[in-house]
Design a binder for this molecule. Sequence first.
Ligand code: GAL
Length: 440
Amino acid sequence: MAYIENLALSRLARQCGLVISMAALTGALAAPVAYGGTTQPDTTLQVLHWWTSASERKAATLLAARLADEGVVWRDAGIPGGAGIGAGKVLKSRVLANDAPEVTQIIGVSIKEWADLGFLLELDKVASTNKWNTVFFPTIQNLIQHRKHVVAAPLGIHRTNTLFYNRKIFTSLKLSPPESWDELVVVAARLKAAGVIPLAQSSEPWQVATLFENLILAESGPDYHRELFVKQNAQAVSDKRFVQALERLRQMKGWMNNPVDERVWPEVVRQFARNEAAMMITGDWVKGELNEGGFATDEAFSCTAMPGTARYHLYSVDTFSMFTNDYSRVAAQEKLARLVATPAVQAEYNAVKGSVSVRRDADPAKMDSCARASWTTFAQGAAVQAPSLVHRMATDETSKDAIIAVIHRYFIDGNVSIAETQAKLAAMYRAFSSNRKTNQ
Ligand code: GAL
C-alpha cells in the first residue's frame, strides 16, 4: 500500500515539476498525520475549496450548517483564486506533504486525474443506496465516475454562457437584450455613445478565456467547441470560425475598461452592480454574488444567454472528492457525499450559489428565471451541452492552462496576430497528441 502511495506521489511530483526522492517520500509518509484520529474526533472534515467571495462563502456555510445537523464538523480551508487557480496548487503541495484534506473541490477532468493516482475514496455505497444512477443527469453521472467507481459527489451546475445586463441602463437607453452577435454590436455602440462601458471584464487569464470559449460556442455550437477543446484537433484551429472568434474577442476589448485591468471576478461584479458597466458575460456564480449583494434577479439585473448560444449550455459542474488518507473519516465523508446531493440541500445550496441542481427531479417552477433557463437547457442532454475548457470540464489541467495562456497572450498584446495564435495552438495540439501516444 505504502509503495503504491509512493509511486502515485512521485508521479504527482513529476507533474508538479518537483524532483523528489523516494527516501524523502518515505520520510513524509512516516511523519505524523496532521489531523490524525487521536487529536481530532473522526467526525471533523477539513474541506478545501475556492469559494471565498461573499455568496460562495454563504453557500459553503450553508453546507457546513447542514452537515453540523448530522454531527459532522466542517473545517473550512477556502483558498482564494477564481476558477480554482490557487486551490489546485495548494492541493498538489498538500498531497505531496502527506497532508491531504479529507474533502476537496475537484472538478471535471481533474477528478479522473486524481482518481488515476489512487487517492480518492470510492463512494459506490452512497451512490447505490441513494440511486445516483437514476436521479442525476447522465452528464453528471459520467463526470463523477472513474473506471466504474463513483469518486465524487455533485453539488451544482453552473452555466458559463450567461449574459447579465443592467436593467436600469437598458431601460433608460431603450435597449433590448441582444440575441445575436449583430444585435450585441449595436447595443455596445449605443452604450458607448451614451458614455457607458458596455462590458465589465477582467484581464485575468481565466476570465478572458471564459469569454473566448463563449465566442467559440456562439460561432459554431457544442460539436466544434469539443473538436477544439476536448479532442484538440489541430485542424480545427485553422477553421474560419476560430479566426472569427479571435477577431470578435479583439473587437470586444474596445467595449471594456481601458486598460482592461486584472481584477478578481467579485470586483468585476461590483463594477457592474454600481451601474458602471452595462453587461457581463460569464458564469452564473455572478448571479449568486449579485443576489447576496442585495440585487434581486429581474429587478436590478436580468440574465440571458450569450448571444448565439441560447440553445446551448456551457457547463461547469461543482463536485467534492474525498481523499482516503488513513480511512479514519469514511463515515463522515460518506455523510457529506449523501447530504449534498439530497433534494433539499440541492435546492437550498444552488439558490445561494447561482448554480442549478444536478438532479432530474428538481422543480424548475421554484427557480428564478436565470436558473430555470439553465436547468431546462441542460436537461435537454449532451447535444446541447458544451464542457467548459476554463472550468476543467474539457481537458486536463496542463493542456487547459497552456490553451488559456495562448488566448490570453493574444488578448493582452495587440501585436500578436491571429495567424501566430493559430500556429502556436496548432503546434501545441500536435505536441499534446504525440505526448499522449507516447504515454499510452
Ligand atoms: C468555477 C466554480 C464555481 C465558481 C467559479 C468562480 O470553477 O465552478 O463554483 O467558484 O469557478 O471561482
